[in-house]
Ligand binder design. Structure first.
Ligand SMILES: Nc1ncnc2c1ncn2[C@@H]1O[C@H](COP(=O)(O)OP(=O)(O)OP(=O)(O)O)[C@@H](O)[C@H]1O
Ligand SMILES: [Mg+2]
Length: 327
């Protein structure tokens, strides 16, 4: 495994700040990203994900704090950093008027590969990404999923030690998302560290070993998926009522029994609540059973009652709720 090879973290930031005018887009971010893994940076629109990635990729200069990539400072040692990273941006960089092959050969030539090596590398990548048939077509005729795949292929012309994937699957259909996920897994198997930004909780859940949740330029939670879920509760209950008219009452009963706030789902008979269970699954099961008994005592008919692990969606809601509304 290459993975950077020096044993240290792939990325380390302390109090990183990037300001646009009066907007603190990145407002004191601390990150520690182990080499050789997929690290998820999760956050809503405008959270500061792309800005953080651009600072780490040396495309933007930070206004405060420090950032090191494989031990090299992104400001004072930017060339060394650039030699080891590659970025697939949210807004991609291939030329629409060129074919898939032409794009990759051109970019490989720009990276200093010989003509023959460039052709060879382009053909291999196009095949690996399922684009051989489309290789001779202009990129402007590609679907969104094909487009995203060629963007990622372009960022792999040199095998980077650290690959930034900025929302690689936004707007893709489920099948294309799966293809991109397979690519990410294959890239990590080759020893590359991947920093993946996403707004999709299930994506971070599937791919990343650790996740930082960012909001308003700050890390509001960080850890393994298990740790993040545990910080919010050991489980979550999903309840479906027979009668939507009883939902407000059911909300009060659940909130009282579980001592948490209850979410009203879009479905008018459904409610969701986290269960802390004092940190254990057994505790969560006991609390959930008690909540169900109280619903029954109140004479509220329940069609479906399930206890599961909280989803990252619920984690995110709980984390941002705790902080209160945005300033
Ligand atoms: N070049 C820029 N000039 C001024 N403001 C900027 C610039 N780039 C980003 N911002 C602002 O910084 C904040 C963070 O933006 P950023 O693009 O990092 O968010 P993001 O988490 O990537 O969001 P999204 O999920 O929508 O891509 C936003 O308020 C945005 O408007
Ligand atoms: Mg972005």
């Amino acid at each position: 495994m290459s993975g950077g090879g020096d044993g240290g973290p792939a990325v380390e930031t302390e109090g990183l700040v990037k300001v646009f005018g009066t907007n603190r887009a990145v407002d004191g971010v601390d990150l520690w990203i182990p080499a050789g893994t997929v690290y998820g940076v999760l956050g809503p629109n405008g959270a500061g994900k792309t800005t953080t990635v651009k600072v780490l990729a040396t495309l933007l200069r930070p206004d405060g704090g420090r950032a090191r990539v494989f031990g090299r400072d992104v400001v004072t040692d930017a060339d060394a950093v650039r030699g080891r990273v590659s970025l697939t941006g949210q807004y991609a960089s291939v030329d629409e008027d060129l074919t898939g092959t032409e794009n990759l050969v051109l970019l490989a030539r720009l990276l200093g590969h010989s003509r023959a090596a460039s052709r060879d590398r382009a053909a291999r990548l196009l095949a690996a990404f399922g684009l051989s048939e489309a290789a001779g077509r202009q990129v402007k005729t590609y679907s969104g999923g094909m487009r995203r795949r060629i963007d990622i292929a372009a960022s792999l012309l040199n095998t980077p030690d650290l690959l930034f994937l900025d929302e690689p699957t936004t707007g893709l259909d489920p099948r294309s998302r799966n293809q991109v996920w397979d690519i990410v897994r294959a890239v990590v198997e080759q020893g590359t560290t991947v920093l993946l930004t996403t707004q999709y909780l299930d994506e971070a859940d599937r791919l990343a070993s650790r996740i930082a949740v960012i909001d308003h330029g700050r890390v509001i939670a960080e850890g393994t998926k298990g740790e993040l879920k545990a910080s919010v509760g050991a489980g979550s209950v999903h309840v479906r009522l027979r009668d939507p008219a009883r939902r407000a009452e059911a909300e009060r009963v659940l909130a009282g029994a579980l001592h948490t706030s209850v979410q009203l789902d879009a479905d008018p008979v459904a409610l969701t609540a986290t269960v802390d269970g004092r940190g254990t699954e057994r505790g969560a099961a006991q609390q959930a059973a008690r909540a169900l008994a109280e619903l029954s005592r109140a004479g509220i008919a329940v069609d479906d009652f399930a206890l599961g692990q909280p989803s990252l969606d619920e984690v995110f809601l709980a984390l941002t709720e705790r902080k209160g509304p945005p300033a």
